[in-house]
Design a protein around this ligand. Structure first.
Ligand code: C2E
Ligand code: CA
Ligand code: CA
Length: 558
């Protein structure tokens, strides 16, 4: 212990104490410091520390003033949190219990003394706890609760000072399939790498949060409409281009985004969240991988406002038969005849609008209603086709969602007596997506085997788009490969697509399967497909989806 003259302590308690103990005069020159304080601040000895000034140990001159003033203002023991500057390294957080001492009651030669307790580790723990409570552990982004709080605070500033801003609501496209087919670990890795990319794409002042699952939100604090669109466009692009390799597979995803402006579209958080969610659902419904700006005109349409509303609408549609079946022709390229129709589902809302399946199938899947939808579709198809005398060379294709392959009710339905009526005159092809099949490959295998003996045929839908095409082919006995539209759409411009489609055709041929190309939108593409040797084609150029009733009527009259 360093000490000067009469301030000397003989007490070895102080010398050996774990807390820092000091005395110093009014100007800040130390009168005594113990070894613990020297250690706390990284000095070799109390002698070395003793030659410093009290003020220079505090984080700033301002803090030194506050501390000295605080001590002086009372004759009692004062407790306060202080930040100390060690000889080197990070600042030390400490609690100071100190007092001002008027030595002889005359106010002359006063000094102060105190005990300093290092609480840096407690502070760090506190910060970690706070971080855990406010951040998403997987991505490190703000969590929903914290985002709500930040957004509320920001909105109250907006109300007071009248600035503007934008809120973006986002959902990854098809994330559920990735999770289901490749497992949660792969899904988690994709999520956290996309979160990093998002963080790197926005400005420091923008707030990015993960709301849960594959839903994210971004607060753009000070932007107008044009800037918000630009920023959202950058984010959409960055996510689309982002890829990550997980267990040897390249994973990527696109996103659907809804954007609202404030105060233009509302000034309460709940209203803006709802509207951003609505806009996002419109982005999904109109084809995904896009940004939709909320607009007032949306509200005039009977648009469900949230997932819960969608859930209600789907349930009602199932009860009231307000789903509508459309169908799209499939052309045989060898015979140039329509050989099949794919049944496509639409939902009629109360205003009479037809809603495409992209808008509600995700919600149905999420709430376990996709099995009910598939059974509804199959029953309807059996009803309308059962008595149809439409010729033997025509078949109909029905889409099945992942869950249906493990649905005993559906199996009972398609293998039961009532199903036999359709097997006679009309053939049915069941379309399953790659991701659907991998949901549970062994169940899918059995499902196919059972139904095949009943006369059903199978198509592997969206072939090439998934991450496991070859694995599917090895395990599933399907009749058709439906080459995913993403390989077909730009066939006339992209030589890589042409090579890939050629390879798929060769592969299918050697396995004894037929190929169907979807998304054929022009003559040129059709001719390329023909020259490559694709068996069948489907797309807007050949025919858009139209009501099944009308198609059946035409077929009967033909
Ligand atoms: P999918 O099975 O790949 O069906 C093809 C989708 O592409 C249809 O969209 C169709 O309208 C659209 N399409 C067809 N030709 C073209 C074209 O030339 N260009 C473009 N851009 N698009 C084209 P839709 O009807 O909106 O269906 C979307 C998806 O919803 C379907 O994709 C299918 O996976 C699912 N789906 C449709 N109906 C049902 C159903 O009854 N049950 C189940 N589980 N899923 C269904
Ligand atoms: Ca399909
Ligand atoms: Ca498809």
């Amino acid at each position: 212990m360093t000490a000067k003259s009469e301030y000397q302590h003989s007490d070895s308690l102080i010398e050996n104490a774990l807390n820092g103990i000091y005395q110093c005069n009014e100007d800040g020159a130390f009168l005594s410091v113990n070894a613990a304080l020297a250690r706390m601040l990284g000095y070799a000895s109390s002698d070395e520390l003793g030659s410093e000034q009290f003020q220079t140990l505090l984080a700033s001159a301002k803090e030194a003033d506050i501390v000295t003033h605080g001590l002086r203002s009372s004759s009692n023991l004062v407790g306060m949190e202080v930040t100390l500057k060690p000889k080197e390294g990070p600042m030390v957080q400490a609690v100071l219990n100190g007092r001002w001492v008027e030595r002889d009651g005359t106010g002359n030669d006063p000094y102060h003394e105190g005990i300093l307790t290092d609480i840096s580790h407690l502070k760090r723990q506190e910060e970690e706890l706070l971080h855990l409570a406010t951040h998403d552990p997987l991505t490190g982004l703000h969590n929903r609760r914290e985002f709500n709080a930040i957004f509320e605070r920001h909105l109250s500033r907006v109300r007071r000072y009248g600035d503007a801003g934008a809120l973006l609501w986002m959902d990854l496209d098809g994330f559920k399939q990735i999770n289901d087919s490749l497992g949660h670990n792969a899904g988690d890795e994709l999520l956290s790498s996309i979160a990093h990319r998002m963080k790197a794409t926005v400005r420091d002042s923008d707030v990015v949060a993960r709301l849960g699952g594959d839903e994210f939100a971004v607060l753009y604090p000070n932007v107008d409409e044009a800037q918000a669109k630009l920023a959202a466009g950058r984010l959409l692009d960055a996510i689309r281009k982002h890829s990550v390799v997980i267990e040897g597979q390249i994973l990527r995803s696109t996103s659907s985004m809804g954007v609202v402006l404030f105060p233009e579209h509302g000034n309460s958080a709940s209203e803006l969240f709802l509207k951003a969610d609505m806009a996002m659902y419109r982005a999904k419904a109109s084809g995904r991988n896009r940004i939709t700006m909320y607009s007032y005109s949306d509200e005039k349409v009977e648009n469900p406002e949230s997932r819960i509303d969608w859930l209600r609408v789907i349930r009602e549609a199932l009860e009231n038969d307000s789903f509508v079946l459309y169908a799209q022709p499939i052309l045989d390229l060898k015979t140039n005849r329509i050989v099949r129709y794919e049944i496509l589902l639409r939902l009629r809302d109360q205003a009479g609008n037809l809603i495409p399946p992209g808008a509600f199938l995700d919600v149905a899947e999420q709430f376990g209603l996709s099995g009910d939808i598939d059974r509804w579709v199959l029953r309807k198809v059996m009803d309308v086709l059962g008595d149809a005398s439409l010729g033997d060379d025509l078949s109909f294709a029905v889409n099945l969602s992942p869950r249906s392959l493990t649905d005993p009710e559906l199996l009972a339905m398609v293998t039961g007596k009532e199903s036999l009526t359709i097997i006679g005159p009309v053939r049915l092809v069941l379309e399953i997506t790659e991701s659907a099949a991998i949901y549970n490959i062994h169940v899918a295998k059995d499902f196919l085997r059972t139904l095949r003996t009943q006369g059903y045929e199978f198509a592997l839908d969206d072939f090439g788009k998934g991450f496991s095409s070859f694995y599917q082919l090895k395990n599933l006995d399907v009749d058709y490969l439906k080459i995913d539209g993403s390989f077909v759409r730009n066939l006339s411009k992209d030589p890589v697509d042409k090579h890939l489609v050629t390879a798929m055709v060769t592969l299918a041929g050697s396995l004894g399967k037929q190929t169907i190309a979807e998304f054929v939108e022009d003559e040129e593409t059709l001719e390329i497909l023909r020259s490559i040797g694709v068996d069948c084609a489907q797309g807007f150029y050949i025919g858009r989806p139209s009501p099944l009733d009308g198609i059946l009527e035409d077929l009967r009259n033909a």
